[in-house]
Design a protein around this ligand. Structure first.
Ligand SMILES: O=P(O)(O)O[C@@H]1C[C@H](O)[C@@H](CO)O1
Ligand SMILES: Nc1nc2[nH]cnc2c(=O)[nH]1
Length: 291
């Protein structure tokens, strides 16, 4: 890692202090909106919102379907901060930049992360439009040394060697399933393993077959770095993938995925996802995580 990529504790603190001076909201929950899922922020009441370009130290979002706004507000009386737009490695951001907001959120007092993404499915039983509750992830770039925790460890945030087993909170996953049942949508809710690849190209057929053999249920280009950093600093994590396409695994299949189709499917499930996240926030206990 180059020294220009290093972000000091003071840098995170400066951004957190600026935000604290601009809003009365004191969020306990952070929500990251995946591609086309920015409408999750629309449910927030009493909003204060900030363009990323106006926030000192914040990276800029360059992908279509990622508005580039940080929205503070209340969801059924619980204070949240919502990223309408995230940062991806393939945009050219270092992983420190990709995950910069997470440490700022920690300094704001956030203790729970809800992360969402658009993903392609490898699992044969999944369909387009399914919602996958993330049970676990594979951080493929991490295998190649692309990990946001590489470099000097900041003990104020967390330990040098953090565990990652059980990173997606079991109780929140169960609660989400119960909510889906009561919403009558469990027929298209799955639980599975998300794999992050670097992107920006979608998978070749051979790559898709490899991921399938490895036990990957859904593949995308985000989430793992954010979850690693959130977990490192003691946040509880819950994740959702919206299955926007089935990854092509056969040489006989001539279908080709594209970003516009991904955004289209995101729109189709926006209401359900908004309801699910609202219910989840409203029913989660935000005080039991003191890590
Ligand atoms: O931000 P997410 O992970 O939801 O975005 C996915 C992965 C790519 O950025 C994009 C491809 O359509 O959607
Ligand atoms: N890598 C990857 N990311 C996605 N995001 C949405 N769909 C896909 C996909 O099929 N592959």
């Amino acid at each position: 890692m180059h020294s220009k990529d290093q972000i000091s504790h003071e840098d995170y603190q400066r951004t957190a202090d600026w935000l604290l001076s601009q809003t009365q909201h004191r969020p306990k929950v952070a929500i990251i909106c995946g591609s086309g899922l920015g409408m999750l922020a629309d449910a927030l009441q009493c909003q204060d919102s900030f363009k990323y370009s106006d926030i000192p130290g914040f990276p800029q979002s360059t992908v279509q379907g990622h508005a580039g706004r940080l929205v503070f507000g209340e969801l059924r009386g619980k204070t949240c901060v919502c990223m309408q737009g995230r940062f991806h490695m393939y945009e050219g951001h270092s992983l420190c930049k990709v995950t910069f907001p997470l440490r700022v959120f920690k300094l704001l007092g956030v203790d729970t992360l809800i992360v969402t993404n658009a993903a392609g499915s490898l699992a044969d039983s999944y369909n387009c439009g399914d919602i996958m509750i993330i049970r676990d992830h594979i951080n493929f770039p991490g295998f190649a040394g692309l990990n946001p925790l590489i470099g000097p460890n900041d003990e104020k945030f967390g330990p040098r060697f953090p565990p990652m087993s059980g990173v997606y909170d079991k109780d929140l996953r169960k609660l989400a399933f119960d909510i889906c049942k009561s919403m009558g949508v469990s027929q298209y809710v799955q639980e599975g393993v998300y794999c992050m690849v670097g992107g920006p190209n979608f998978e070749t057929i051979a790559e898709a077959r490899l991921l399938h053999k490895l036990g990957v249920d859904a593949v995308g280009m985000s989430t793992a770095p954010e979850v690693v950093v959130a977990s490192h600093c003691g946040m509880r994590v819950f994740g959702l993938s919206l299955i926007t396409n089935k990854v092509v695994k056969s040489y006989q299949d001539f279908e080709k995925v594209n970003h516009e189709a991904v955004l289209e499917v995101s729109k189709m499930r926006s209401e359900t996802l908004q309801k699910l996240v609202t219910e989840l926030v409203s029913r989660m206990d935000i005080n039991n995580n003191t890590a």
